[in-house]
Design a protein around this ligand. Structure first.
Ligand SMILES: [Zn+2]
Length: 70
């Protein structure tokens, strides 16, 4: 048997306004801006590293459909 993945708990733990810092792997972050360099990213501020990093909110659609020509 494989251990149960408590996905709901993970989602609750992460919340909407927190993200794991890619530098210190900490959770001491807060939402800095709703949008980063791309619409699919948000900017978060790490209280520990005191840097702003971007985090992908959702997977962007495949760029195969981006062909606007013709
Ligand atoms: Zn950090």
């Amino acid at each position: 048997m494989q251990p149960k993945l408590k996905l709901s708990e993970l989602l609750n733990k992460k919340g909407n306004d927190s993200a794991e810092c890619p530098f210190c792997k900490g959770q001491e972050t807060r939402l800095h801006a709703l949008f980063g360099s791309q619409l699919s990213t948000s900017q978060y501020y790490c209280e520990v590293c005191r840097v702003v990093f971007e985090r992908i909110k959702w997977e962007p659609p495949l760029e195969e459909n981006a062909s606007s020509s013709d």
